[in-house]
Write a protein that binds this ligand. Structure first.
Ligand code: BGC
Length: 743
């Protein structure tokens, strides 16, 4: 009311005859009516103004009408610190240190939708408190190659899983009156040449692999915003793309929300007008470091658009459509007076992050039950590796954060173990000691000028004397090591870590390797090292979460959401298989083009179909207890396309401690007119079991789970014939199968 009153004084708004507030401010009116009312009050200049940025992360509102500005924030793992109005440099605020949540690879590895909801709610509350109404995340680009520097921001290689996991995140965020802006739509699967590369992919692969998670985000998650990708598709930038935005997103899926460009992802006014874009951000920047000051009036959707309208070269139909969508965003977020107020950097959020981390950590290998650490017999533990001490929340690109605190693995272990054992540390290797991103500095001094030989000698001599050695290595969000803008150069661990690990295990066989990364790495020493843990980038509570799993307070229950190949050429985007075309068309392609010639065979679909054994398969993850699977049963032998079929399987905890198991359903089409991957994930359920407890897991599927996308019909087709349902503890550990028919 106060805002209305002030506007009345300014004389720019008149009350209607009954002395009522204007329709667009009346929250009892349907949003569509409010949108039309606001639209009718706006000048063409005001309309164009709201289409593009006014600063690095904000766009104007309509000051005359009291419609607030839009404020965006990265995303997707925490709320980005404030940068200067017009620069990427830090604004130097002292109230913007957030809680960092685990990277999305870890979230997806929980295979637990409740964790996704908890994540969305928590980060949504942080965004809301910081007065941001659009969160730039989550990311659901498919993991095509382990070299993609941004895989850590995404949800793995399987479209079904990513689609299921993204939905609760979005709902949780939007409960706060904050829009989730799902990114990067679409086909943004590498950083190399990301601004120039045109992705060539067949329709079937597009619809079956690269689009489903976005479709779920839009149709099931009701995302209020989506971010276009940098790359091109069919020769057009994804941010203003007739096919991706007009035809598919809006046409086929009925998306009502706002399409936001990626920062600097727009390069043509007419395409931006006609091909589905609503809001333009970050033009004249590479999205990360460069920026031209005060260029906002020159944005493609700023003066150039206005000029075209004023000269009569283009009409205002598209403009009004864009404005309607942006107004709707405002009504759902900033102008929703009933939305909650949020909360920021709370203990509750830190604990939520820890819980998610604990469920997402994956126990990859546990020979001789080396884990959990037995504190009755283990009295001296040597921790080795830079990643045991390095802060990981700073770095990696736009998802870099400024945090209230971050518990390192070493500190987490020390705190948990206390006086029960001695915990010693040796550096082992020096990776990247710099510790600053975009003006946020970790404040850690990680300089160490000793030679490689000296560092190894120290670690090895200490290892000989220890009961157990835990090596924290992997990648680190520095350039080329899990970072935006730069893909990795190889599957191998950087900084000669393989050498350190080999020498350590030769000195002490009780070695546990904890891989801190968002990507698969090569492990040439896999047969020598008994314990291997996938430790992700876990955020604020990283060290506490890792310690709880290593010591066994928490029984690990995460499972991989992407395959670890033995060697890079075992991955389909890197295969030397000549049938898939010239080498230049494999990852990363040329500057201008990359062809996804492996088609549908991404990740486990490739490993399975081509019988290439992965190092660790999709869906793999061990527990400190054991599970016994019964035989899967189907409730019928035949089904029709209007029908459903239900599979049941009993799973029993046969070990001596409580644990959780992710039971996975894969479907295999035994005969089909178009080639299909050997099997595909179509269901999963995470169940908690006490020792000795048994539960029945039920999966009900319909024709959707049996369908493929027929490019000629441009539709999903469930073809009659024989199918098989496979129940597994992972894609490489199928416990039983049952055949059925689709009539
Ligand atoms: C990234 C986006 C990010 C944006 C704003 C771009 O470089 O690709 O994911 O949201 O910058 O920081």
């Amino acid at each position: 009311m106060k805002a209305v009153f002030m506007l009345l004084i300014a004389g720019s708004l008149t009350l209607n005859a009954q002395n009522k507030i204007p329709v667009y401010l009346d929250e009892n009116k349907p949003i569509d009516e409010r949108v039309e009312d606001a639209l009718s009050r706006m000048t063409v200049e005001e309309k164009v103004a709201i289409l593009h940025a006014q600063s690095k992360f904000s766009s104007p509102g309509v000051p005359r009408l009291g419609i607030p500005e839009n404020w965006m924030t990265d995303g997707p793992h925490g709320i980005r610190p404030e940068v200067l109005w017009d620069e990427w440099e830090q604004a130097g605020w002292t109230n913007d240190s957030c809680i960092a949540f685990p990277a999305l690879t870890c979230l997806s590895a929980t295979w637990n939708k409740d964790m996704s909801l908890l994540y969305g709610r928590s980060i949504g509350e942080e965004a809301r408190y910081r007065n941001k109404n659009v969160l730039l995340g989550p990311g659901v680009n498919i993991y095509r190659t382990p070299l993609n520097g941004r895989n850590f921001e995404y949800m793995g290689e399987d479209p079904y899983l990513a689609g299921k996991m993204v939905v609760p995140y979005i709902k949780g965020v939007q409960e706060n009156g904050v829009a989730a802006c799902v990114k990067h739509y679409a086909l943004n699967n590498q950083e190399t040449n990301r601004h120039t590369v045109n992705v060539v992919v067949d329709d079937r692969t597009l619809y079956e692999i690269y689009l489903p998670a976005f479709k779920a985000a839009v149709q099931e998650g009701d995302a209020w915003a989506i971010m276009g990708a940098y790359n091109l598709y069919k020769g057009q930038q994804a941010c203003h793309n007739q096919y991706l935005l007009n035809d598919i997103l809006r046409g086929e899926w009925g998306f009502k929300g706002v399409v936001v460009s990626d920062w600097g992802g727009v390069n043509d006014t007419r395409e931006a007008i006609f091909n589905g874009l609503d809001m333009e951000f970050g033009s004249w920047t590479n999205g990360l470091t460069e920026g031209a000051s005060n260029a906002y009036d020159n944005y493609y959707l700023a003066q150039p658009y206005l000029k075209l309208i004023k000269s009569g070269e283009v009409g205002t139909k598209e403009l009004d459509e864009k404005v309607r969508r942006i107004l709707r965003l405002s009504f759902l977020t900033t102008m929703n007076t009933k939305r909650p107020f949020g909360s920021f950097a709370t203990e509750e959020h830190a604990l939520a992050g820890r819980k998610i981390a604990q469920e997402g950590i994956v126990l990859l290998q546990n020979k001789n039950n080396i884990l959990p650490i037995d504190l009755n017999t283990t009295k001296k533990i040597l921790v080795v590796g830079e990643n045991a001490v390095k802060m990981m929340t700073v770095g990696g690109g736009s998802s870099s954060l400024k945090v209230t605190y971050e518990v390192s693995p070493l500190d987490g272990l020390k705190k948990r173990i206390g006086s029960q054992a001695e915990v010693l540390y040796a550096r082992g290797y020096v990776g990247d000691a710099s510790g600053n991103y975009n003006g946020v500095v970790t404040g850690q001094n990680l300089e160490d000028n000793r030679s490689e030989a000296e560092l190894i000698a120290e670690a090895v001599s200490m290892a000989k004397d220890a009961d157990m050695v835990i090596f924290f290595g992997g990648l680190n969000k520095s350039n080329y090591q899990d970072s935006e803008g730069r893909d990795r150069k190889e599957l191998e661990l950087p900084y000669n870590q393989d050498k350190v690990i080999t020498e350590l295990v030769n000195a002490n066989q009780n070695l546990v390797y904890v891989n801190i990364s968002g990507n698969a790495v090569a492990m040439p020493w896999v047969n020598q090292v008994p314990g291997i843990v996938q430790g992700w980038f876990l955020g604020t509570e990283a060290g506490n979460a890792l310690a709880s799993v290593l010591v066994g307070d928490v029984n690990p229950s995460g499972k991989l959401t992407f395959s670890f190949p033995v060697k890079l050429t075992d991955n389909s985007a890197h295969t030397p298989d000549g049938n898939l075309g010239a080498a230049t068309y494999r990852f990363p392609g040329t500057k201008d083009e990359v062809k996804y010639n492996e088609g549908l065979l991404v990740g486990y679909r490739w490993h399975d179909t081509k019988k290439i054994k992965p190092l660790f398969g999709f869906g793999h993850g061990l527990s400190y207890t054991t599970f016994e699977y019964g035989k899967v049963a189907a409730d019928k032998k035949e089904m029709t396309t209007d029908d459903k079929i239900t599979f049941t399987v009993n799973v029993k905890n046969t070990g001596s401690r409580e644990g959780a198991e992710v039971v996975q359903l894969y479907i295999s089409d035994l005969k089909s007119s178009l080639p299909r991957p050997l099997k595909e994930l179509k269901g999963f359920d995470k169940i908690k079991l006490n020792p000795g407890e048994e539960k029945t897991v039920t999966f009900t599927v319909d024709k959707e789970a049996l369908s493929f996308f027929d490019p000629d019909k441009h539709d999903w087709v469930a073809e009659p014939g024989d199918f098989e349902a496979l129940i597994g503890a992972s894609s490489t550990d199928i416990k039983s199968k049952v055949k059925f028919k689709l009539k």
